[in-house]
Write a protein that binds this ligand. Sequence first.
Ligand code: TXA
Ligand code: MG
Length: 330
Amino acid sequence: MSIRLADNAAIEEAGQLIRAGALVAFPTETVYGLGADATNGRAVAAIFEAKGRPRFNPLIVHVPNLAGAESIAVLSKAARQLADAFWPGPLTLVLERRADAGISDLVSAGLDTLAVRVPAHPVAQALLAAADRPLAAPSANRSGRVSPTRAAHVADDLTDRVAMILDGGATAHGLESTVLDASDADAVILLRPGAVPREAIEAVLGQPLADGPSSDDAHPTSPGQLASHYAPNAALRLNVREVRPGEALLAFGDDAPPTTGPSVNLSASGDLVEAAAGLFAALRDLDRTGAATIAVMPIPEHGLGEAINDRLRRAAAPRESLSPPSRGEG
Ligand code: TXA
Ligand code: MG
């Protein structure tokens, strides 16, 4: 494994590695992805292997543009509206798979749908061009762990499991893409809150989003719905106003309680965009202090707060509910 500054030479090499069936970690505007040629079943299998991910978890296919999406999936009218509004960008659409898509069946884990996204990050776009293949890419973390927002996070989790890590710096959004099921012409369903807030999507659709299955659903249609997920080693205590001895503090806003222990403020000014961008790095940093528990201040539920609270609830969920090593999705 080598971390390489994502310059043209490194991206060209990374493209060759992808075409040869290897795994390359790369930055997107949301989190780092663990990429493989989506048309190569062996390469896709290697993603599951590297992540230690349960086989039933389908992957997102990254394509350079709308035409790339149309060559593998069928876009409903609503899907096209959403693509026009948010692509390239942090929105994933679950769509009906085209029969001639040429995408490995492993990517969608046997479903007849495909999750498709057009990333905006210039390094992701350059890698798609260099590889000249659709890229299957989950977040580049071991399954059930916090998603990586820096190249060093990828190295922490996947050293020796990936051929190259393209370093494009810290990711802008810091949260995964919003996943919508747009495969049904009648209703668009929110499967995973993410970097595009619900309000922005509903404004484009002109109607409220339907909610996906609840997180305790025994058969989640989007395994990002599994209860325990995005988990640091430390336990999380949510909605706290005071810190107990021995706890680390994850603060938000200008009224953080006093503490002598480790603490990170996601945004002293109460900015949800800033908070989202720093969330996963903060969880990793506080985890590294060895604190048994991370106490988390309340985060408002509007805008990006919905996705932030979703990740925090999953990180706080009891871990026993899923047996290791295949706890949760990644
Ligand atoms: O921001 C992101 O989306 C990042 C970057 C790398 O693009 N990727 C990411 O991938 O978060 P992953 O694999 O960690 O999460 C993919 C989510 C999971 O919740 C998965 O269950 C859902 O998308 N998904 C994928 N294909 C699906 C399908 N056909 N039907 C329903 N859900 C699907
Ligand atoms: Mg993930």
